[in-house]
Design a protein around this ligand. Structure first.
Ligand SMILES: Nc1ncnc2c1ncn2[C@@H]1O[C@H](COP(=O)(O)OP(=O)(O)OP(=O)(O)O)[C@@H](O)[C@H]1O
Length: 416
């Protein structure tokens, strides 16, 4: 979900980051815990102890680990008006400003997820407002569905459809094999969900594999776009008001509007124009999808560096490569798809509607390619989980927004 933590340090010289990072650290201390750190450590040890041959990804509830035994403790924190309607069953996980629990409706016995959001601090309030503004507006089979909301001064309880199928990468790893067909199947669902958001003038701004959840564990499960804590209504024209007063608009055609300026996202998935603090559009989501496509195809990150400064530099330069395994066995069409999502010039990137019609996506859907994308790639996913995701792959956000109609110049191509 929403905001990051104190790990966003190399960028501390940038004014906006400092204030947000400091306030988040202060918020975390005020809560009396160092949860993000603990969570990252837990994930790291979980994944590093997993062998490539016997990949058993942890379910959300396993990740909660010891917290599971503390359900009673969390039950007490829930407002009685919520527990009168829903039976709290288990803790699924925690975000920077939230706890997510599995619940059962007391009458229908239907399972749901409840995201309990702390809204006392301004950051939590803003994340919650973004999340609700989007969820209340969206209804799509590939976007997590809002059921109902209980709003109180200190806490907001967001009842959501329950996703039990795990995260995108968990599934890639747990199956032990992954084909281009599997990749296009997953990407088609994400593109459908993201295309719907963009049609409504919504930019997600934090697309990454952890925010893509399967509805159920079966092979035919829907994949859901989740976590709208950083989402915004960007663009111009439709007059939809975002939680922060921004004006939304259609973001689907070549004539995208360039009106957002807030620096936010998860470093490894951030588009160059965001890092350069240029006005940007929903094309930043398409960049993130390019990174996601690269990851599911290869098990490695296109842009990765322990130093955040160097990471940002490589993103801004648009330098990534198709060297090493499994790229020689990946089809040219798949590489073309990635390339068309990762030009530095956002105007040159495919839109969601164009991407879903890309020949790779279309032909793979119709075809029967079952070529495995190498166990080597899958092995790297385990270290990815312990690496950028756990150590640095946290969302960050800062700064203000303005309206502008500037376009961002410059294109890039990968070194093949
Ligand atoms: N509808 C849902 N069904 C099942 N699990 C969910 C659902 N929504 C969120 N989760 C899981 O709950 C956990 C916490 O999610 P949440 O969105 O609150 O925070 P986050 O994105 O993990 O962290 P942060 O807030 O720091 O970005 C995650 O493991 C997430 O996958």
């Amino acid at each position: 979900m929403g905001c990051g933590n104190g790990k966003v340090l190399p960028e501390a010289s940038k004014k906006g980051y400092v204030s947000v990072v400091q306030s988040l650290v202060a918020f975390s201390k005020a809560r009396g815990d160092d949860e993000p750190k603990k969570r990252a450590e837990k994930q790291r040890s979980l994944w590093f102890s997993t062998s490539v041959k016997n990949l058993q990804p942890a379910s959300n509830s396993q990740r909660a680990g010891p917290h599971r035994d503390n359900v009673t403790k969390y039950k007490d924190k829930f407002d009685p008006r919520v527990t009168a309607r829903y039976d709290i069953r288990a803790l699924i996980g925690r975000g920077s400003f939230s706890r997510v629990v599995r619940v059962e409706h007391r009458v229908t016995r239907q399972p749901f997820a409840i995201k309990m959001m702390e809204v006392e601090a301004p950051e939590g309030r803003q994340v919650c407002a973004s999340e609700l503004a989007v969820l209340r507006r969206v209804s799509h089979s590939h976007v997590v569905q809002l059921i109902e909301v209980f709003q109180f001064p200190r806490r907001v309880y967001v009842v959501l459809e329950l996703a039990t199928g795990g995260e995108l990468l968990d599934r890639v790893v747990s199956r032990g094999h992954f084909t281009e067909r599997d990749a296009t199947k997953a990407l088609r669902m994400v593109l459908a969900g993201v295309g719907h958001l963009h049609n409504l003038g919504i930019t997600h701004r934090d697309l990454k594999p952890e925010n893509l959840l399967y509805y159920h564990p079966g092979a035919d499960s829907r994949l859901l776009v989740t976590d709208f804590g950083l989402a915004t209504f960007g663009g111009a024209g439709s007059g939809i008001s975002g939680p922060d007063g921004s004006i939304g608009g259609d973001c689907t055609g070549a004539d995208r509007s360039w009106s957002l300026r807030t620096t936010c996202g998860t470093p490894e998935y951030m588009a160059p124009e965001v890092l350069l603090r240029k006005p940007y559009s929903c094309a930043v989501d398409m960049w993130a999808l390019g990174v996601i496509a690269y990851v599911v195809l290869s098990g490695s990150m296109p842009f990765e560096d322990d130093s955040r400064t160097r990471l940002y530099r490589s993103i801004v330069r648009g330098k990534y490569s198709f060297h090493g395994d499994p790229w020689p066995s990946v089809s040219d069409l798949a590489k073309d798809f990635v390339q068309r999502l990762l030009p530095s010039d956002p105007a040159a990137r495919l839109t969601a509607d164009q991407a879903i019609r890309h020949p790779w996506v279309v032909t793979m859907a119709a075809g029967s390619s079952v070529k495995n994308l190498h166990c080597a790639g899958l092995g790297r996913l385990t270290s990815l989980e312990g690496g950028p995701r756990a150590a640095a792959g946290q969302s960050i956000w800062s700064e203000s927004r303005t309206t502008s109609s500037q376009r961002v110049p410059g294109a890039s191509s990968p070194s093949n």
